[in-house]
Design a protein around this ligand. Structure first.
Ligand SMILES: [Zn+2]
Length: 431
């Protein structure tokens, strides 16, 4: 552990113990002055969300106020209590998360972004981007306090920045991108793959210098294909609402943790360290920059493998790959015998924004049939939740000219995988 990381960790632990009633109680048996992560108990979203008001270190922050904020679409992108960035995730475990970053943590984000750009861009690339006016296109989901949507809302209205909705039909997205001609393009990974198809077919005609893909994993050859099709460098990142600046992807397609501000511990089922070269069961995250809602040894639920040798890209620190974030694209027969593909993010984010929908799973049970397994939140009316979800799904399908696709209301609950997660989108060939 680098010295700077150790100092920051000791300060974070001291802060959590004194300012967060949850951590004060949790660390009661932990010796004072400790700065060893291994000495600390593991935490998780379910228990932290259940103790929300005791977890946060600012007494002005309450779950009630945070929930009211998340229920207000007009508040998306605005600061919560005038000082915090608030994002939400339903995740895949059925437990809604509400995450706050304070001003200090928010300031780390552009610094880490600059680090990633410095890795990827040559002086010539930077000159080319500047010559193109630095035009940046972000493709994000609408209607929820998603991390990417919140970030995009902050940039909306700036000249040279286009915020495009991931829920638009692909043809419209292609048209908007052709008109805008971005130098920098930031879509979700599966949307990036669909845009590469469009470029290969000659319909998308843009010349970006850099494409940054987020949120989902793709097979490594897909990144090379997207790069060729769009004539751009393609970079990725691995992050979480709990730590937006967690890592950046390098030229060798490995991820490097921003170790001065975050710690990742690959561990087995019993939370013992897993050596490099072996896949972990899960990974424990510590966010060293954020004070308002301390994240310490937090079980992220992702299986990772750390590279045993130094990464050939020359970046410092351990390099890792994440398993289990691969995304599933749904394919349908459209009108006139055409094929229509739906990326998973537009679907899942659409449903994540449905009030009272705690957990869901969309299964494609036939060429023109979707089955929605769902669980309503405690206190929410399941019929109302179902009807809202159905209306929104129907709107999305209609926009993609998939009016003939049937939506079934499943009687069974969403099914958990062996790892305790729910795969939100299951394509027809993988039931
Ligand atoms: Zn590397």
């Amino acid at each position: 552990m680098v010295e700077r990381q150790r100092t920051r960790l000791a300060a974070l632990i001291a802060h959590a113990r004194t300012r967060s009633p949850f951590y004060r109680e949790l660390y009661r048996g932990v010796p004072a002055e400790t700065s060893e992560l291994a000495a600390l108990p593991v935490t998780g979203k379910r228990e932290l969300m259940a103790a929300f008001d005791d977890w946060v270190t600012d007494p002005a922050v309450t779950l009630k106020a945070a929930r009211a904020f998340t229920a207000d679409p007009a508040a998306i992108g605005h600061p919560f209590l005038d000082r915090y960035t608030l994002t939400t995730t339903s995740g895949t475990t059925g437990h809604h998360g509400i995450f706050l970053q304070d001003a200090h943590a928010a300031a780390v984000i552009p610094a880490m972004l600059a680090r990633m750009l410095a890795h990827w861009l040559t002086v010539r690339d930077a000159a080319k981007i500047a010559a193109g006016g630095g035009r940046t296109a972000l493709v994000v989901p609408e209607g929820g306090h998603f991390a990417s949507t919140v970030a995009a809302e902050r940039l909306r209205g700036r000249s040279r920045t286009a915020v495009l909705s991931v829920h638009r039909p692909l043809a419209e997205l292609v048209e908007a991108l052709n008109a805008f001609r971005p130098a920098l393009l930031a879509p979700y990974a599966t949307i990036g793959a669909l845009l590469a198809d469009e470029a290969e077919a000659g319909r998308l005609r843009i010349d970006p210098t850099l494409v940054t893909l987020s949120a989902e994993g793709l097979p490594v050859p897909e990144y090379e294909r997207i790069s060729r099709a769009l004539g751009a460098k393609v970079c990725t990142s691995y992050a979480a609402n709990e730590c937006p600046f967690l890592s950046y992807g390098c030229r060798e397609r490995w991820l490097h943790v921003n170790a001065d501000w975050a710690v990742l511990e690959p561990v087995d089922e019993r939370h013992r360290p897993v050596p490099p070269g072996e896949a972990s069961h899960t990974v424990l995250l510590t966010n060293l920059a954020n004070r308002v809602q301390p994240i310490l040894r937090y079980d992220l639920g992702d299986a990772v493998t750390v590279r045993p040798d130094p990464c050939p890209c020359g970046s410092p620190g351990p390099a890792l790959r994440v398993q289990g974030r691969a995304a599933d694209t749904l394919a349908f027969h459209g009108p006139d015998g055409t094929s229509v593909t739906l990326a998973p993010l537009p679907l899942s984010t659409l449903l994540e924004a449905v009030p009272g929908l705690e957990l869901f799973q969309i299964v494609q049970t036939g060429p023109a049939r979707l089955r929605l397994r769902m669980r309503a939140a405690l206190g929410a009316d399941p019929d109302t939740v179902w009807r809202t979800a159905e209306v929104r799904l129907r709107e999305l399908l209609t926009r993609h000219r998939l009016e003939t696709v049937q939506i079934e209301h499943a009687t069974e609950a969403p099914r958990y995988s062996a790892g305790g997660k729910v795969r939100t989108i299951i394509p027809t060939d993988q039931i």
